[in-house]
Design a protein. Sequence first.
Length: 301
Amino acid sequence: MPDRQPPDEGTLPALHAALTLQIDAGADEAIGEQSVNRLTLSAPTAEKFRQDRSTPESGTDLDARRESRPRNPIRLESTDATVSTAQEIARAAQSLEALEAAVRAFNGCPLKNTAMNTVFSDGAPEGPVMLIGEAPGAEEDKEGKPFVGASGQLLDKMLAAIGLNRREHAYITNIVFWRPPGNREPSASETAVCRPFLERHIELKKPSILVFLGGPSAKTMLNRTEGITRLRGRWFDFCTPTMAEMEAAPIPAMPLFHPAYLLRSSLKKRDAWRDLLAIKDKLDAHETHAPIAREVARMEA
Ligand code: URA
């Protein structure tokens, strides 16, 4: 490692500004001792650099955390073709475990190229509530689990306030399985290629109630254009195309403010509390009616 002199006082503001610029652009991890201007590398050098970067330095922390990223991501001609492939793969999955393996093996979402881990789900697969967030953040990407950062902690408190927890009642996933760089909102094509897996996820999980966390999740799942302020607190009937085809009963679904938004806007917690109570009421009613529904199903069988 070259000897380093501490920067002199005069250059500190410029260094600080350069670092801020990178953080604003989404950089959240120092991965090299020296910066590399890839735009000035000649083609063979760039190729060598890529090879060096993709050769795992065994034993490093980064390597231990990074899942097998697609070295040669499959590039299909169009989003439509990728969506069709995703539909075929997702439909073939007959269990949550098979679906998770299929998602992990799927290379059709470009977000996988920059993420460290696939974030599939967390919580109780048998629980009555399925919560769907937007996308993994930095913490989730590192751990490979949804909602483990600050917003996850608030989410756990919100669930606890109505007597729910991840161990027994709540099952959590996101509309995309990989972290978008810089925590930007997932694009329409990224959500489109993940959607077949998400729909199959819901079909296999069979929750009693769905909760969409935040605007991007609610708008994507319900195909609506209104913002979360208009959508939250309302019940919608959710059906995947396969459920509609089979005339399966729709699943009651409620959009809720995203916990990350509530961390910034405490005043909205009052609305969120009202919505949580509505979710609790719906769950209680479901539990009360479940034995009757089971008996009707038994008699009809
Ligand atoms: N925000 C989300 O929407 N999902 C996560 O998994 C974490 C934060």
